[in-house]
Design a protein around this ligand. Structure first.
Ligand SMILES: CC(C)(COP(=O)(O)OP(=O)(O)OC[C@H]1O[C@@H](n2cnc3c(N)ncnc32)[C@H](O)[C@@H]1OP(=O)(O)O)[C@@H](O)C(=O)NCCC(=O)NCCS
Length: 189
């Protein structure tokens, strides 16, 4: 897909982006260490997930190159219980042919900014311990390792460790949340 450093545009996703996002995600389900889904997703399920995030006022972004969606990233509630409502967990996927060209380095900072603007105070990434590009990307974007859960996943015939990485957003824990600014993260169901 790429011969040189790309010009990347980041924008909110639309429903019309679903087929492109699905193609990206389906490849990584089959070949990559990123997703913890193991079966291909139905387009309606991806649409539903996207709408659920938007309903909670959480960002869902795509990275576009020359009119082509080359990656996407979104945030979801970290956990369902309300006390976790200022913490988000995110996902980021770049098209297989566009990996390693700096798209993640553009997309993740944009997602971080959007999560902070949405009122989140902490952002959590859960990364397979063998996923070096993702670990490097997250560290480069200010995430620090918070812990490792051993052998909690099983994929491609092996047990997978999950590395938890965490990044503080905005005022983080230096002040209490302001529930009246209209920008707080809404908890899950
Ligand atoms: C992880 C991912 C989002 C990174 O996006 P990307 O556009 O490929 O990454 P970038 O080109 O912006 O590079 C980000 C960092 O990863 C490193 N990197 C990229 N490809 C790499 C590779 N094949 N091996 C090792 N490091 C790699 C880069 O060197 C860079 O680190 P640096 O800034 O310290 O040099 C992308 O590779 C991807 O979609 N992977 C498959 C799905 C996935 O694993 N998603 C994350 C789930 S937690």
């Amino acid at each position: 897909m790429l011969d040189s450093a790309p010009t990347v545009t980041i924008r909110p996703s639309t429903e019309a982006d679903v087929p492109a996002m699905l193609e990206i995600y389906s490849y990584h389900i089959q070949h990559g260490l990123g997703p913890f889904d193991v079966e291909p997703l139905h387009p309606e399920e991806l649409k539903r997930r996207r709408k659920a995030m938007l309903k909670r006022r959480l960002p869902h972004l795509v990275a576009e190159m020359d009119g082509v969606v080359a990656g996407y990233a979104y945030a979801a509630p970290f956990r369902k219980r309300p006390a976790y409502r200022y913490t988000v967990e995110h996902s980021i996927y770049v098209h297989k042919d566009a990996q390693g060209h700096g798209i993640g380095r553009r997309l993740l900072p944009a997602l971080i900014e959007a999560c902070a603007a949405a009122g989140a105070r902490q952002m959590v990434a859960v990364v397979d311990s063998a996923n070096l590009p993702s670990l490097r990307l997250h560290v480069a974007c200010g995430f620090v390792q918070a812990g490792v859960l051993h052998s909690v996943g099983f994929k491609f015939g092996r047990w997978a460790d999950s590395v938890f990485l965490q990044r503080a957003l905005g005022p983080a824990d230096t002040e209490p949340p302001d529930d009246h600014n209209g920008g707080t993260v809404q908890a899950g169901d």
